[in-house]
Design a protein around this ligand. Structure first.
Ligand code: IMP
Ligand code: MG
Length: 180
């Protein structure tokens, strides 16, 4: 596995993100809605670095069903907190096709949020399928499949402290590992 971003680089990126978010929401109470499960590690780090009155909730969305290719989007909003009349920041691990954040932005708007913005750790440089873009992002990365720091392949590798690129032979090996 090739390391794309080290633990130290990730930390600096998350600090940068936190400072940008703070300056944008000065004097306000912010409601973070984190997209599970990929943003789990980012959420834990980011929320402790944001010095603002903060509400935190989660929503579940998955588009990678068992592979590296984006499939149908499945969302589960049962655990979503009340967003009506709140300034909401969607937090996700990565902006890839963009369909997840595009869909969730609209969902939060229909739930009556006062404002909806989005923050991601990674912005994949590829052709996106939507017109919206995240308001905050820490790193731009090439169009490769990455794991670690919360990002998974078949629910594996989320626990890596750094961000790594999986090459095709490793993808095959990981597929076997995930089954055993
Ligand atoms: P989008 O809807 O295509 O933007 O995809 C966003 C979701 O796909 C993210 O929340 C991730 O969970 C997942 N995803 C996209 N690219 C990668 C990747 O390179 N590695 C792991 N997960 C990814
Ligand atoms: Mg995700």
């Amino acid at each position: 596995m090739r390391t794309l971003l080290t633990e130290a680089e990730l930390r600096e990126g998350v600090i940068r993100l936190a400072r940008q978010i703070e300056s944008q929401y000065q004097g306000k109470t912010l409601t973070i809605v984190a997209v599970m499960t990929g943003s789990l590690v980012l959420l834990a780090d980011l929320m402790r670095m944001i010095r603002l009155p903060l509400r935190v909730g989660v929503i579940q969305a998955s588009s990678y069903r068992g592979g590296t290719v984006s499939g149908d989007l499945v969302t589960e909003s049962e655990m979503l907190l009340n967003v009506c009349d709140h300034d909401v920041l969607l937090v996700d691990d990565i902006f890839d096709t963009g369909r997840t954040l595009d869909h969730l932005t609209q969902l939060l708007q229909t739930r009556g949020a006062k404002s909806v913005a989005s923050a991601v750790l990674l912005h994949k440089l590829r052709k996106h399928e939507v017109t919206m873009r995240p308001d905050f992002s820490a790193f731009e990365i090439p169009d490769e499949f990455v794991v670690g720091y919360g990002l998974d392949f078949l629910d594996m590798f989320r626990n890596l402290p750094h961000l790594a690129v999986l090459d095709p032979t490793e993808i095959e090996a990981a597929r076997k590992q995930a089954k055993s």
